[in-house]
Design a protein around this ligand. Structure first.
Ligand code: BEZ
Length: 211
């Protein structure tokens, strides 16, 4: 059976560019982004890894560890990392899993045979401190991902874990949020003394104080 949101992310042991890791132990108590790319020495992947490395400070601010994966070897990842640094102006600063035996790729269903029998698709898993899968994304090989969107989702998940709210379409930190439909008005009055704008009884927009 495939993986679903809310499932415990499968644990594994793997060689990476930063040594051997046991996944759950490596991320222990932190958020993690595990993402696959199709292959080393390919153009779109080169831009994705460079951009993700540039976001390291943003991931760290949110307590998120990042790890990449493809079915290439760790030696190939290391050789390719030199190209990423030279062409993207940023050294890779997170581990890259060498999954030549496809063990982790199969565990996370990252090979989609009708797209490619051998290469991993562009999968993203956001995994919370309790090791539960909170987001899954799958992109085709020809489309580079928007890693700012991954940060935005992490911001939404961390906010909505802390407060009984949900975030609307295209929400960005600081924008108004939606009071969770499970919160009755009487309770909402205690939680949100600043008041809210009820566009419909089920659509209550609220401005949160600066966090
Ligand atoms: C790329 O990263 O550019 C790429 C990788 C595999 C297939 C197509 C494109």
């Amino acid at each position: 059976m495939g993986l679903h949101l809310g499932d415990i992310a499968p644990d594994f042991e793997a060689d990476t560019t930063e040594g051997r890791i046991r996944f759950h132990e490596w991320k222990k108590g932190q958020w993690a982004v595990l993402f696959s790319h199709p292959a080393d020495f390919t153009p779109v992947c080169t831009t994705e890894l460079g951009y993700t490395a540039k976001l390291k400070g943003e991931f760290e601010k949110r307590g998120v560890k990042v790890v990449g994966l493809s079915v290439d070897s760790v030696e190939d990842h290391r050789r390719w990392a030199r190209d990423i640094e030279e062409t993207q102006g940023q050294a890779v600063n997170f581990p890259m899993i060498g999954d030549a035996d496809r063990k982790v790729s199969h565990m996370y269903d990252m090979i989609h045979p009708n797209a490619s029998n051998t290469l991993t698709v562009r999968s993203v898993f956001v995994i919370d401190p309790a090791d539960r899968i909170r987001l899954m994304l799958t992109y085709p090989a020809s489309t580079g991902r928007n890693f700012d969107e991954i940060l935005r989702v992490v911001d939404s998940l961390q906010l909505t874990d802390a407060e009984r709210v949900a975030t609307p379409a295209n929400w960005k930190p600081g924008d108004d949020v939606i009071i969770a439909p499970s919160v009755p008005d009487a309770e909402a009055r205690q939680m949100f003394p600043q008041g809210w704008n009820a566009l419909r009884p089920y659509l209550r927009m609220v401005k949160l104080p600066k966090r």
